[in-house]
Design a protein around this ligand. Structure first.
Ligand SMILES: [Zn+2]
Length: 221
């Protein structure tokens, strides 16, 4: 459960949600996007309990005082899930991509831990578009690999709230932000010698010793 609902009286539910610790990867979904029911087609099947109440909560139209605490908690859980599902659809729209680009430019998703990527900013990506299957990962457009988020709060976010396409669509729409690839690779060395060369040398030495030993045995017998 996220905390904060009692301590900070945010006026708007989305503001409260975005300011809750751990939700830093999410961007603000435009209200008119949420209010256009066409954009939410099919989501009532994903949020089976309290769908309408959750939608009212997200859009600040719910009279929360009329609900008892247990129901309110369930509605809030449904609201967070619904917001995630709407978010996944919103972030691949022109508006949504622009908002994700803003966050990417500020490196709000963190930077690639790979030394040779030179602190390249990352983008969130899902490994599945089906909710509750995989947690969110971070994609580095320089090394084209994915990483686990550093914080456990981020590491437990559903990857389907971002979807599998967002980084790739972002660079298709904004190709100038695609970093130049660098093909520099780390080469393992021991005292300056490449490890595979040393291994090769070791194998050759072992082989030579074995041959020498069996030759000795043959001569002695
Ligand atoms: Zn990288």
């Amino acid at each position: 459960m996220s905390s904060g609902s009692d301590s900070d009286y945010a006026k708007y539910w989305i503001d409260w949600f975005l300011n809750t610790k751990g939700n830093e990867y999410f961007c603000e979904v435009d209200e008119d996007y949420i209010l256009d029911r066409f954009n939410l087609t099919g989501l009532n099947a994903e949020v089976q309990h309290y769908y309408l109440e959750a939608l009212d909560m997200i859009t600040d139209n719910l009279d929360e005082d009329s609900l008892d605490e247990k129901v309110r908690e369930q509605v809030e859980k449904a609201a967070r899930h619904l917001y995630g599902l709407i978010h996944a659809r919103f972030v691949i729209t022109t508006r949504g991509l622009a908002k994700m680009l803003d966050k990417y430019k500020k490196a709000e998703f963190g930077r690639c831990p790979r030394v040779l990527c030179n602190l390249q900013p990352l983008l969130p990506v899902g490994l599945s578009d089906v909710p509750m299957t995989k947690t969110v990962k971070l994609y580095c457009p320089r090394c084209e690999d994915i990483y686990n988020p550093k914080s456990s709060r981020h590491a437990s976010i559903d990857g389907a709230y971002f979807g599998t396409s967002v980084p790739h669509m972002l660079f298709q729409v904004h190709p100038s932000y695609l970093p130049t690839k660098n093909y520099e690779r780390y080469v393992p060395r021991i005292f300056g010698f490449k490890v595979h060369e040393i291994a090769e040398q070791h194998r050759w030495q072992d082989q030579a010793r074995e041959q020498f030993e069996s030759k000795l045995k043959d001569e002695q017998s």
